[in-house]
Design a binder for this molecule. Structure first.
Ligand code: C5P
Length: 289
């Protein structure tokens, strides 16, 4: 079975101070984007979980999130435990705030549910997903959702009206735990930012300019403090395009939104001309299935 595993962006990301467990309650509107890893899943008679990837920097052992997803399903099954071969073509940058590893893991859960004829309800898969990582439940549910808690409470919502995302991939990673530690050190965040939700339906109807002016990412301040070159890149691109540019997740990817593909393509050309970064125009919440 072949699966396209999309990346995501956090259109809006509000973070509260850490709770007793050290995790940060959040409120995020996330949507998938048209940038994909490809996962091929094949039965294996060995009872083993075998993982191969065209990116040698990804571990193939039980520290890999896709492998952990398969192990988590296996653990909840009776005997005999079936084996599986997972092959991943990695196209979503690692450490880019685009949820690639989480998407791969979620698609392992969804595909094994079919391949192994488990017929587990989506809620059960989402429960396993939540134990794997904060972004994994989003990918179990789909293309545009508001996520709360640590990310495990997922409410599907209308997708954003702007259909085009210009994605800036700076070519270096930012570490999620380090960005959260900096957030704590700077004593950022307040509970009211996650408790007072906007009208998502109204936001989903806004065109690119008005929507961008409302979007916030509370992790930009700590990420930019840790990585000043990212702050400079963002400022330069905002000036070049005359448009709001946001960071996705804990970085390092940046994005802006457009209503038409022609505008998005022209923005890509401008950035490529002036900055040495990878830039692509991709669809927001694409229908890829
Ligand atoms: O869940 P995920 O693997 O993305 O989290 C990576 C790290 O980021 C966690 O171990 C934690 O340090 C931090 N984190 C957090 N609060 C969140 C999500 C992540 O403190 N809501």
């Amino acid at each position: 079975m072949r699966q396209s595993c999309p990346a995501k962006i956090n259109l809006h990301l509000r973070i509260a101070p850490a709770d007793g467990s050290g995790f940060h309650p959040l409120l995020s509107w996330m949507c998938t984007i048209g940038l994909f890893d490809t996962l091929t899943i094949q039965r294996s008679t060995s009872g083993q979980i075998v993982f191969q990837c065209d990116d040698p920097s990804l571990p193939g052992d039980s520290t890999n999130l896709a492998v952990r997803a398969a192990l988590a399903i296996q653990r909840e099954m009776g005997e005999p435990k079936p084996g599986v071969e997972l092959r991943l073509e990695k196209r979503i940058p690692i450490g880019g705030g685009l949820g690639g590893g989480s998407s791969d893991a979620a698609h392992v859960l969804l595909t094994l549910n079919q391949l192994w004829d488990l017929h587990w309800p989506i809620e059960r898969l989402a429960g396993i997903a939540a134990r794997l990582g904060s972004d994994v439940p989003f990918f179990v549910h789909g293309s545009s959702s508001v996520c709360t808690g640590r990310g495990e409470i997922v409410r599907p919502t209308l997708r954003p009206r702007p259909r085009w995302v210009v994605l800036i991939l700076p070519g270096f990673a930012t570490s999620t735990p380090a960005v959260y530690r900096k957030f704590d050190e700077l004593r950022l965040g307040d509970r009211s930012s996650i408790e007072n939700e906007p009208s998502w339906q109204q936001w989903a109807e806004l065109s690119a300019g008005p929507l961008l002016s409302r979007l916030i990412n509370d992790l930009e301040t700590p990420a930019f403090a840790l990585c000043p070159q990212l702050a400079t890149l963002r400022a330069n691109i905002e000036q070049l395009l005359g448009r709001v540019v946001r960071m996705s997740g804990s970085g390092s990817s940046l994005f802006t939104l457009y209503d038409s593909p022609a505008e998005a393509r022209s923005a890509v050309d401008k950035i490529v001309d002036r900055c040495s970064v990878r830039v692509v125009a991709v669809e927001s919440a694409p229908n890829w299935e």
